[in-house]
Design a protein around this ligand. Sequence first.
Ligand code: IMP
Length: 197
Amino acid sequence: MPALSRLIVATRNSHKSMEIRAMLGDRWEVMDANDFVGLPAIEETGQTFLENAVLKAEGISRLVAGWVLADDSGLEVDALGGAPGVWSSSFGGEEGHHAKNNAHLLSAMLGQGVRTARFRCTMVLATAGKAQADFCGTVEGRLAEAAEGEGGFGYDPLFIPEGYQQTFAALGQNLKNQLSHRARALNQAIAWLNDRP
Ligand code: IMP
């Protein structure tokens, strides 16, 4: 059996690292910033998913040994010109407050006929403080009229992936992990790591 490989996810969002852990299975030991004492929060001052993912990946990989994976992700709504996008986690006015974000999104969508949207995830792999590669995954879909389902996190109760009639939160974690923006970016990142000598 090949040795376990360690991947450190540059996040304190345990939903993200749990999804990545579940998608990678037993051959990978997945840790995140909560597993280390004293790691600083990395300020996300970039204007794009890629800039923020590079900041997080390089910032954490200066401080811990091994491969660091950063995930910067968000929801792009066509009727809102791509908002909330990079600012998804604070759209409702309070960083990381998913209920406020969803309520704000529903009110911004009142009267909008076009409800198409996508989740986008940019991942960056870094080691020794330098970004080495980046990957992008998206999943197309549309916004529900009201929140539905208990699973997932963030905007999952409002996002219906293309080809389905229920939200990510109602469809459940297994299906989300097969279809999601995060799964699509992660598959590319792992293929890239596996191709290395
Ligand atoms: P980040 O931590 O700056 O990458 O912000 C990610 C934000 O985008 C989260 O707080 C959510 O609001 C949203 N988001 C990203 N991925 C997902 C997902 O898989 N489901 C639901 N919301 C997500």
